[in-house]
Each structure stands twice: as structure tokens, then as C-alpha cells.
Design a protein around this ligand. Sequence first.
Ligand code: ARG
Length: 467
Amino acid sequence: MTAESRGQLWHGRFADGPAEALQQLNDSLPFDRRMYREDIEGSRAHVTMLASVGLLTDVERDRILVALDAVKTEMADGSFVVASSDEDIHTAVERRVTELEPAGAKMHTGRSRNDQVATDVRLWTRQAIDDVLEAIFAMQLALFRHAEATGDAYLPGYTHLQQAQPVSLAHHLLAHCWMLSRDVDRLLEARRRTNVSVLGAGALAGSSLPLDPHVTAELLDFPAVFDNSLDGVADRDFVADTLYALTMTGVHLSRLGEELILWASTEFGFAQLDDAFSTGSSMMPQKKNPDIAELARGKAGRLLGNLTGFLASVKGLPLTYNKDMQEDKEPLFDAVDTVRLTLLAMEGMISTLTFRTDQMAEQASSPYAAATDLAEWLVANGHPFREGHAIVGELVRRALDGEASLAELVSADSRLGPVAAALLEPGVSFARRTTHGAGGPEAVAIQLERFRERLATDQERAANART
Ligand code: ARG
């Protein structure tokens, strides 16, 4: 087949058509097709700009815009027929527009697929970030609602997955909320860097035609325009930034997922999952499995793969555009889909689960969990901390050796006595942790308000970024 008979847009220079293997490896239409709206939006802006600088007549512009709309409809309703020459979404749309409207042959004036694809990916990423932000807010709200509703419930806090000090359940849930707030920050930052127009950079060097990149930027709602055409077409930092922000979100979800897996186990018994958000076993009738949380844990690996795979693809690339850069889309699309779906499922699972605060309290009521508070009580009564630590440590050892209960030993100790022993009563010690950001109920009440404000501010920042 000759290049001309296949109808390639670049056929002029070629006597022969592409080999089958080249075509299969090279064609990106199967995956970049999902950017058809962005591609058409970019073309609408480009064509409008071309007319505004006199490179198209108003009639030509309007005819091309009508054809672009027709192609958009075909893409949306599935009636678009792919031709063998359609390498990617850009060539597919242009080919079809030109079939419908001869003036379409002027559409690509002053433009290259290099600035076109970078524009499309920026438009797509900007929208994707907005969608992910909404999903994060919903997830934060699900956690926050539980935090508000749990009152003074408390559970053991852990280090090394060993019981450490009791903390309020709200405090624990809020910790996950704050992590997600930083993901919001990162995504908004990635959005700011994404939100730059590169249309008008051409293949790499700009144009001898009187293009006006500021017009297209404005039409596409980009608040900034590229400064350097080489950088404009070669930059994929924004993809890496977005992938990192998404990966970090995924890592946070994996940690939350792991905790829910533990909490839903018989051994912990801290949480009961709703039927709609858990699965059964094909063999063991008694089972109720936390698959969503496990997938949240597992998907983080895939996100990490997308990030590192993409960075490996672009490392060492000489300026400017290289076909390696076509490898940006699949990891980006996959990361966005993965994080959105995981957030949605996890949000559903969290909204519907019930916490077993009785089990939590029981586990947190071990008198040993208040050992630190005893040492701090000694500090408040004039002992150096190291000495207090040693005194309590020795009592703990004697209690573990079976001499008497810790409470009895503390009561009998002249440096501590019955007042200190009262700290070992369940739920007493954690309530005394009142310092800034601490896990006791008073401090947590303040924190709940702080988070409520933070969430409102973040939602406002996200809305402002869109306008
Ligand atoms: N499908 C290509 C990509 O995704 C579009 C740009 C192709 N540019 C070119 N000069 N071959 O990167």
C-alpha cells in the first residue's frame, strides 16, 4: 500500500505506506480517542484564532466549526468510522472534518500535532484533576462525618502495630482527613502547572504566520501562555506532577485500606462492613471480606508503576518532541481512573461501615496503655521524666511478673498512690491529653472545627481554580 492510498496526512514525502507492525505500534487512537472532546475544543480555538488574524475567512471558520461539531457528535454517539489512516485522535478528527468540509484542509495551518497533543493532554488533565478533587472531598466528608458522630469514643493508638496510647476515634479518622488535604494541595499545584497554553508553539519553533497564542489561550481558559516554544512542546512535567499527586493519594488510600482490613478482622473487631461494600467467599459461608480496602492497598502499586514507568519514558529525551512522549497518556489515564474509582468505592465503604466502639474501648482499657500518663503524672509532681519512666517501668515489670495488678502496685507506691492509680481507669488518661493537636476529646473538638474550615477553604480553592 502506498502512503497516499492509506491516506496518511503526511503522505506527500512517502512513496510507500507504513508496515503493519509500525502502524500497530505507532497508532495511539485506541487510547487517545478519549481526548476527542479536548481535541475538538482545541481545534475550535485554533480555527477561531486563525480567522481573527486573517488566515481564514469568517465563512471558512464557521464551516469548519460546524464540521467539528458534527465530528464531535459522531464521536459521542459512536457513529464515527475509523479509517486505516487514523493514527491518533488528531489525524482522525482532521481527516473527518476535511471529508465533511473542504475548508478543513486549512484547519492545521500554523499548528503541529506536537503543540496540539500537548494542549489536549493539558485540557484533559485539568478536568481530570477537578474530578479527582471532588472525589477526595467526598471521601474527606465521609471520614469527617464519622469523626463528628463518634463523640468521645476511643481506641488504642499504635506504634509498630503494638498498643501505644489510647486516642479518640475522631482523632484517628481526622489524621486521614489531613493527609487527604495535602493531596488536595498537591493536585491544585499540579493543576496550576497544567493550566498553561502551549498552542502556537508549532512543531517546535513557533511560526512564520501571524498566529496569536494569546487568543487561543484565552479561548481555552488557560490563564498563562508558554514562554518558549521548545519547552512548550517538550514539557511533560505537568503529567509527572499529576501522577505523583495521584500516587500519593493512592498511597494514603492504601494505608487507610490496610487499617480497615485490620479493623474488620475478628482479631481487632473494630469495624463492621456493610454488605453492599464487602464480598463473600465462594467456599467459606461465614466469610465477609474487605475487598475494596484490599484493592485500595493493591492499586497503590499500580499507581507507583505508572509514575515510575512514565518518568523512565521521558528521562534522557532530547528536545523537543519524541514519540516516546506518546507514552504519557496510558499511565495518566490509568492513574486518574484508578484513583477516582478507588476513592468512590472507599467512600462508599466508609460511609456505610459501623465502628465497634465497645471493642475499641475494651482493647484500649489495658492499664499498661496509661503507663506514659503515669510517668507524666510523676513529672507534674516534681520528678525528672527519666526517673518517672524508670519508676513506672519497674511497676509494669512487677505487674507482668504477676506480683499484683498494676493498679494495686501504683496505689501502694508512696511516690504515686491512689490518685495516680485512678489514671489507669479506662478512658481517664486519654482525656487528659489536651495540648494542641492532641488525641484527647477537648483538643479534638478544636481540631474538628479546624478541619471543617480547612475543607471549606479547600473546596473554595478548587472552585476558584476552575473559574
Ligand atoms: N499521537 C502523538 C502523541 O500522542 C501525537 C503527536 C505526534 N507528533 C508527531 N510529530 N508524530 O504524542
